[in-house]
Design a protein around this ligand. Structure first.
Ligand code: HEC
Length: 207
């Protein structure tokens, strides 16, 4: 409820500031921060700090000029870390579970996740993957038949890994989370999700 109110307030602030031709970034930021009570655990506030890429995307309203876009994508690409054994394809069955899990890392007083709760990729929130899962969001493109359509070459595998690790490396201001960069998923977990996308036996490609 509070979040909705906050969103409504921000939307109003945006509309009126546009009408007046003002820069709304600073007041909007203040309204946003005041929504977090000061007696909350300190680490919560680390979740609202923007890094350089987010800051630039906000500044250019997710549409930066080519030079800035390139700079963001290059620095994001440089952040990508690989598993120690160098293997990018894990176990698709593990990946299937991780792609479907939407828990982990929730903060708040009503239903916070206990520390240590499995964090998933929540991929279905935005993508279609296996045909048998009918509840999926459409913010992102369908990933059904991922390797059936693109093959299983090293370039496809590498792209899938890199995209999940740091989506901004390919699309500077995308809405897709940066799962590896934020240590949301470990490199090993990412290899399992890569397998879910590329393994010919995975339901993403089979059904
Ligand atoms: C909050 C929404 C959201 C979530 C959650 C999300 N994605 Fe995405 N994803 C997107 C959007 C939007 C795009 C398209 C824009 C882009 O390429 O960044 C995308 C693009 C992709 C692409 C590139 C598609 C192509 O045609 O090349 C892959 C691969 C992908 N996502 C995989 C995943 C996987 C795997 C997960 C779960 C670990 C995931 N995404 C979670 C929003 C999301």
């Amino acid at each position: 409820m509070k979040t909705h109110l906050l969103a409504a307030t921000l939307a109003l602030a945006t509309v009126s500031a546009h009408a007046a031709g003002n820069d709304i970034a600073t007041p909007a930021e203040q309204i946003f921060r005041s929504g977090f009570r000061s007696d909350n655990p300190k680490y919560w506030m680390t979740r609202v700090e923007q890094d350089e890429a987010m800051r630039l995307c906000s500044q250019y309203k997710d549409n930066p000029p080519a030079k800035v876009r390139q700079k963001i994508e290059l620095t994001q690409k440089a952040s990508i870390r690989y598993p120690v054994d160098g293997k990018l394809i894990g176990d698709w069955k593990e990946g299937e579970k991780l792609a479907a899990v939407g828990t982990g890392g929730h903060i708040g007083f009503i239903q916070p996740d206990p520390p240590g709760r499995l964090r998933g990729g929540n991929c279905y929130a935005c993508h279609q993957l296996a045909a048998k899962e009918v509840a999926y969001g459409t913010i992102g493109p369908s990933l059904r038949h991922f390797s059936k359509l693109r093959g299983t070459g090293d370039d496809v595998v590498q792209y899938a890994y890199d995209k999940i690790y740091n989506s901004n490396a390919f699309n500077a201001c995308t809405n897709m989370p940066r799962f590896g960069l934020h240590n949301w998923l470990t490199p090993e977990q990412i290899t399992h999700i890569v397998a879910f996308l590329v393994d010919p036996e995975s339901p993403v490609n089979k059904d």
